[in-house]
Design a binder for this molecule. Structure first.
Ligand code: GDP
Ligand code: IMO
Ligand code: MG
Length: 426
């Protein structure tokens, strides 16, 4: 295997964690490059489930370096809770293998407060349905050049001055606009000190580690969070997250050049789901949608919210393939479709009287498109024990072939269950 980027192709929760865990066996290091603990990546090994929000999904493989890149926004309390949980299970989370870039932006208590205040104040139609983890406000401060970076946790005076400066502006908003209690800068600082002390040993130069792993002949897995249609530029704006999710950001967010990537794998659920608000052209409101939700256990791994469900959307996938230059798809949750009489694929949209192959780009245009469907026969067999491609029923193989034809991207990995072993590599 060579350096590989993993991205979600839809609206998140495609099964990135599972695929990264599976591929990590052959990698030297695994690095997260954007997002924060809005992500929830599920790993299942021999029936035992582990949900990760910040730590890269290679952590269950002993000895692999797990890196948190500069493009991530890191809540240090969540980080500590996560390593404590892993350590209790006997997983090695020592600074010898786990590193946070000194340039990573830190989610502060006021970011979480701001996230929730903003969402509360928005009218029902305008709520984004964020995860409430402070992601947007933290990225705002990064771009506003007033963010706290991980390295600042080891520099108490700088940390204090940044907190004081940030709260000058934010406390006016809290008090006057949102009508909540303002924060005391000294208390925020004092509360942060013990956390900073515990995080400090993990700080390092992630970019150099990536270079060293490659120089030593090892490969790096770049683990994306969210999905391309939640990307701040290319997603269904404004119902998006606050970072670039596309594969190109793996270079900027981890600290390497774009020529380092050989494979770009798009993780694609065999149907579509979305959590939170925003347009979803193929969403189902009938018994098929309910069946996908319950058979697929479609509840958010971070917030526990029910995921909205619908048919596979090739318009969405075509756009992802273009934006990320995908070399292949990993198709997940194919087993969830077993038992359906027929399966629909959205092959194009009708938009303002014209057939379109790519999403229209006007604000919220995706709310006004009409999906054009093609119907394929379903299959009844349980496929969760299929160990080889040939074990899949003909109708399932036809479904996969049609996805390849309609996208121009091959399906290199097929996942037929949540466990690491329930995976077919073609
Ligand atoms: P991520 O955010 O992309 O890592 O995905 P999540 O972990 O949020 O959601 C994916 C869910 O589907 C998790 O509960 C996984 O355990 C589960 N999962 C992954 N692949 C498969 C599969 O092929 N079949 C089934 N039935 N479940 C899967
Ligand atoms: P993983 O990595 C699914 C969604 C939220 C909301 C929008 C903005 O597990 O696939 P934010 O808190 O980021 O400001 O919320 O983005 N969202 C996700 N949906 N999977 C995720 O991550 C998500 N991360 C954010 O539900 O609609
Ligand atoms: Mg998830």
């Amino acid at each position: 295997m060579s350096n590989t980027v993993i991205v979600g192709t839809q609206w998140g929760d495609e099964g990135k964690g599972k695929v990264v865990d599976m591929l990590a066996e052959k990698a030297g290091a695994i690095v997260r490059f954007q997002g924060g603990n809005n992500a929830g990546h599920t790993l299942v090994v021999k029936g035992e489930q582990c949900i990760l929000h910040l730590i890269p999904s290679g952590v269950l493989h002993p000895g692999k370096k797990c890196l948190i890149g500069n493009g991530v926004v890191l809540d240090p309390e969540v980080f500590l809770k996560e390593i404590d949980g892993l350590a209790a299970k006997g997983v090695d989370v020592s600074p010898e293998r786990l590193m946070i870039s000194k340039k990573t932006q830190i989610i502060m208590p006021y970011h979480k407060m701001m996230d929730n205040c903003r969402e509360t104040m928005k009218s029902a139609d305008n709520k984004i349905g964020t995860t409430g983890r402070g992601i947007g406000p933290c990225y705002e401060d990064k771009m506003g050049r007033i963010g706290v970076r991980a390295a600042d946790l080891a520099d108490p005076e700088l940390l204090r001055s940044k907190i004081v400066a940030a709260l000058v502006e934010k406390n006016v908003l809290f008090e006057k606009l949102f009508k909540v209690e303002p924060l005391d800068a000294e208390k925020v600082y004092q509360d942060m000190l013990p956390i900073a002390e515990r995080v400090a040993p993990y700080l390092g130069d992630v970019s150099s580690v990536i270079q060293d792993v490659n120089k030593g002949g090892g490969t790096v897995l770049f683990e994306g969070a969210q999905g391309v249609h939640l990307d701040i530029d290319h997603g269904t704006y404004p119902f998006v997250t606050s970072s670039n999710v596309v594969a190109g950001n793996a270079a900027a967010g981890a600290g390497c050049g774009p020529r380092q990537f050989e494979h770009i794998i798009g993780i694609c659920k065999a149907y579509t789901t979305r959590v939170g608000a925003g347009p979803f052209p193929t969403e189902l409101f009938d018994e098929v949608g309910n069946a996908l939700q319950s058979v697929g256990h479609e509840f958010g791994a971070t917030t526990g919210r029910k995921r909205r469900c619908g048919w596979l959307d090739m318009v969405v996938l075509r756009e992802t393939a273009r934006l990320c230059d995908l070399t292949e798809f990993a198709l997940t949750k194919l087993d969830v479709l077993s038992g359906l009489d027929e399966i629909k694929i959205c092959v194009a949209y009708e938009y303002r009287g014209t057939k379109v192959d790519y999403p229209p780009q006007e604000q919220n245009a995706m709310a006004y498109v009409e999906p054009v469907y093609e119907t394929l026969p379903g299959w009844k067999e349980d496929i969760t024990k299929a160990g080889a491609y040939e074990d899949l029923p003909e109708a399932a193989r036809n479904y996969i072939s049609r996805i390849e034809e309609l996208s121009g991207v091959k399906v290199g990995i097929v996942s037929v269950g949540p466990d690491r072993d329930q995976t077919i590599v073609r």
